[in-house]
Design a protein around this ligand. Structure first.
Ligand code: HEC
Length: 249
């Protein structure tokens, strides 16, 4: 499958831009760029910078044989970060305070081609209001913590539940709730999803909003910034700010 993926990616180099059929999607809520038949999604996860490599169909590509660096325009000045392959991504360690910073990537593909991509700074999102967070705290403890965990950590082993069991995911930034806009999170809480009960009748709209504010208060600035603002393909919220890219040889 990887061979075929690579062959397709190689084809895309000579073909007319194929992007139109398969618009780029920010599967991880990150910033997008395209270069040299690759789609790159830049995701800031805590102190780790992740560069996800995808083909023109948004399918993950193995990062084996790729190398490169990221230049992060951190508040204290530029910082060079070495990126190393890790499955379908390249990762590097972010300096403190650089999580929203504009970033330039210089990568060398497995076939020797070099590619560059530029990602503008993330727009800081307004953190949830303190009074709403305070209101959400006891509601969360009473109605959600039994499953999602006292510290928002989710049920043990939720990432890989055994068999068909559904376990409550983490609601902090280690979960995937932040890939959804608030409107979808509210809908998930109203409707429930077996074994999660529906809260539509039990909770008022402003109580649901308060609980969302409570768990969002645990998210780092970059996670808040990468959360889509409105429903629809995650890409629309972020790709508008996505990077321009060019490639060289
Ligand atoms: C009985 C256990 C249980 C309770 C109580 C519960 N949940 Fe859940 N919750 C789950 C499970 C299990 C899932 C995953 C459902 C699925 O995969 O279909 C889930 C999913 C979610 C999701 C979607 C997360 C994502 O990453 O897509 C949100 C948001 C959520 N719950 C919020 C809450 C909130 C807020 C409360 C309290 C008002 C709550 N839940 C109470 C078990 C529970």
């Amino acid at each position: 499958m990887h061979k075929k993926t690579l062959a397709l990616a190689a084809l895309a180099l000579s073909a007319a831009p194929a992007w139109a059929d398969h618009p780029p999607v920010a599967q991880q809520g990150g910033r997008l760029a395209e270069a040299h038949g690759h789609r790159m999604e830049l995701v800031t996860r805590g102190t780790v910078l992740e560069v996800l490599l995808k083909d023109e169909h948004n399918q993950p590509m193995p990062a084996t044989g790729y190398s490169g660096k990221a230049v992060v325009m951190a508040p204290g000045g530029k910082a060079d970060i070495t990126l190393s392959p890790d499955g379908t991504m390249l990762t590097g360690a972010l300096p403190a305070g650089a999580d929203l910073a504009a970033t330039v990537l210089a990568l060398k593909a497995a076939d020797g081609h070099s590619m560059n991509a530029r990602f503008p700074a993330l727009q800081a999102a307004t953190p949830p209001a303190a009074d709403l967070v305070a209101k959400g705290k006891p509601l969360y403890a009473a109605k959600c913590a039994a499953c999602h965990g006292e510290a928002l950590q989710g049920q043990a082993g939720w990432q890989a539940p055994p068999g068909a069991v559904k376990l409550a995911p983490a609601l902090d930034a280690t979960g995937h709730g932040w890939l959804h806009p608030d409107t979808q999170l509210a809908e998930a809480i109203r409707k429930g999803s077996d074994p999660m009960p529906a809260f539509a009748t039990e909770m008022k709209e402003e109580e649901i909003a308060a609980v969302i504010a409570y768990f969002k208060a645990s998210w780092p600035a970059a996670t808040l910034a990468q959360q889509p603002k409105a429903a629809g393909p995650a890409a629309t919220a972020v790709s508008a700010a996505g990077g321009g890219a060019h490639h060289g040889h």
